[in-house]
Design a protein around this ligand. Structure first.
Ligand code: SF4
Length: 340
């Protein structure tokens, strides 16, 4: 499948009073046409920073792209001016954030907010844009869209507001949609509805999605491929089946073990002991070493290279070195029908 977006050796840092924080440290990623790629990891792993870097929405002046490339449509996004990025944001690459209230303007009717992008990027006239806004509200499942298009964000429930945000994000039919924890702020029933809506719209519009989440249940439901991030690096990538049924990285094992499962014999959730590394002083070896029950001397000294396990699965762990002791993964009971 053709790549629509390609990240090459991306390094992003934040300059803080405490010194440089190396939030993203050499990320390589590809997003294929029409697929959903999930980026998973605990907070502070670098997943949100990676996605905001694609959109060039990093807080200034603290954050900076130190090196690397982000290729989209024949252009390296890291090299574009703010003016050039404005043309891409919202029209070719869109983003949905966790809290719909922060993405919506409370003083503007939702119709106007949907129409803004249509008028700016697609140069639609007022009437045409209004008509399209009504169609989009209908598409995302807002009942009575003709009346609701005139209403304001506070007149919508949380789930309905997230539908509006999705309508805005998809208004110009972007090629890539980045969804950063899009359902975390919503209750479970509404979460499922929003995820179903995103899947349905993806089928209709052929949008490629980058889904940032810490929730592996959402990944199983939505994604075809997964990148697991830890300490600013991708430690394992693979298809959903590979990550859920044949994971090789101890951090992925930990994430899966801490996931609530339907068929587990026990209710106990196994949290990963310890805390993520301090990226103002990043470890020279494997970032997971202080928390890894299988860490060896070499892990602390040297960062492991990626081992290619299949056409789609790559893992950075010294356990895959032929000289390493054989370690069996913990019993992992994946959620029923993962990824299907
Ligand atoms: Fe654990 Fe070493 Fe593998 Fe890192 S490289 S995950 S410390 S075994």
């Amino acid at each position: 499948m053709e790549n629509i977006l390609e990240i090459k050796d991306l390094h992003v840092s934040f300059d803080t009073y405490g010194g440089e924080v190396q939030a993203v440290r050499g990320v390589n990623l590809e997003l294929k046409k029409g697929e959903t790629l999930a980026i998973v990891g605990e907070s502070g792993s670098g997943k949100s920073v990676t996605s905001k870097t694609i959109m060039r929405l990093l807080p200034k002046p603290a954050a900076r792209i130190k090196s690397g490339e982000i290729w989209f449509n024949g252009k390296d996004l890291t090299k574009l001016s703010e003016k050039e990025m404005q043309k891409i944001r919202g029209s070719e690459i869109s983003m949905i954030f966790q809290d719909p209230m922060t993405s919506l303007n409370p003083t503007m009717s939702i119709g106007k907010q949907i129409m803004e992008g249509l008028r700016k990027h697609q140069k639609l006239g007022k009437q045409e844009a209004l008509q399209r806004a009504i169609e989009l509200l209908d598409l995302v499942g807002i009942p009575n869209p003709e009346a609701r298009v005139k209403q304001y964000p506070h007149q919508f429930s949380g789930g309905m507001r997230q539908r509006v945000v999705i309508a805005i994000a998809l208004a110009c039919n972007p090629k890539v949609l980045i969804a950063d924890e899009p359902t975390t702020a919503l209750d479970v029933t509404i979460q499922a509805q929003i995820l179903d809506l995103m899947k349905d719209l993806q089928n209709k519009m052929q949008t490629s999605i980058i889904l940032i989440t810490h929730d592996l249940g959402v990944v199983a439901n939505m994604a075809q491929r997964v990148a697991v991030m830890y300490g600013g690096k991708i430690v394992e990538t693979g298809t959903v089946d590979e990550i859920f049924y044949r994971p090789k990285h101890p951090y992925t094992w930990g994430l899966l073990s801490s996931m609530p499962r339907l068929h587990s014999k026990t209710d106990e959730l196994l949290a990963i002991p310890g805390t993520p590394p301090d990226l103002s002083n990043p470890p020279k070896g494997c970032p997971f070493a202080p928390r890894c029950p299988h860490a060896m001397k070499v892990c602390v000294e040297y960062m492991p290279d990626y081992t290619t396990l299949s056409e789609t699965q790559k893992t950075a762990c010294w356990l895959l070195d032929e000289r390493a002791p054989k370690v069996e993964p913990p019993e992992i009971i994946a959620v029923g029908g993962a990824g299907k």
